[in-house]
Design a protein around this ligand. Structure first.
Ligand SMILES: [Fe+2]
Ligand SMILES: [Fe+2]
Length: 137
């Protein structure tokens, strides 16, 4: 679930690396949120959610810049997906983890990981040919 696989490759090294990093952050978040020890990991969880948000914003901006610069025809619809996801992460940030119980936090993390996978496989993958044919690899 939190692992980058070869079929996620968009054939652009920098973008593949950024996607790997997104999975790595999500996996860290999941592992931490699944700990069932006597400690309260609230602050660490919030810190990783912030890190995930920051990195996602960075990654989306990177893709959007490449799309704009190369007149990618599906830029608008792609950006709508990105904006939707940022809103979701912001909602995750606002969740009260002590009140909401870890169950709903775990559900949100699963949603985040699923969304990233599906977005890469169904949306990002579509720019592969477009970029590659313009020498972006
Ligand atoms: Fe992406
Ligand atoms: Fe994307």
């Amino acid at each position: 679930m939190f692992e980058w696989k070869a079929n996620y490759s968009c054939n652009i090294e920098e973008i593949d690396n950024q996607h790997k990093k997104l999975f790595e952050i999500a996996a860290r978040l999941y592992d931490l949120a699944s700990l069932k020890d006597e400690y309260d990991h609230y602050d660490e969880i919030v810190a990783i959610i912030n890190e995930l948000e920051e990195y996602t914003v960075y990654h989306f901006a990177y893709e959007e810049k490449l799309m704009l610069e190369s007149n990618y025809k599906d830029y608008e619809t792609h950006k709508i997906e990105h904006d939707f996801f940022i809103k979701k992460i912001k909602r995750l940030e606002k969740m009260d983890m002590e009140e909401d119980q870890s169950n709903s936090v775990m559900k949100m993390i699963e949603f985040v990981a699923d969304w990233i996978s599906a977005h890469i496989l169904k949306v990002d993958i579509n720019y592969k040919e477009h970029f590659n044919s313009r020498g972006i690899v």
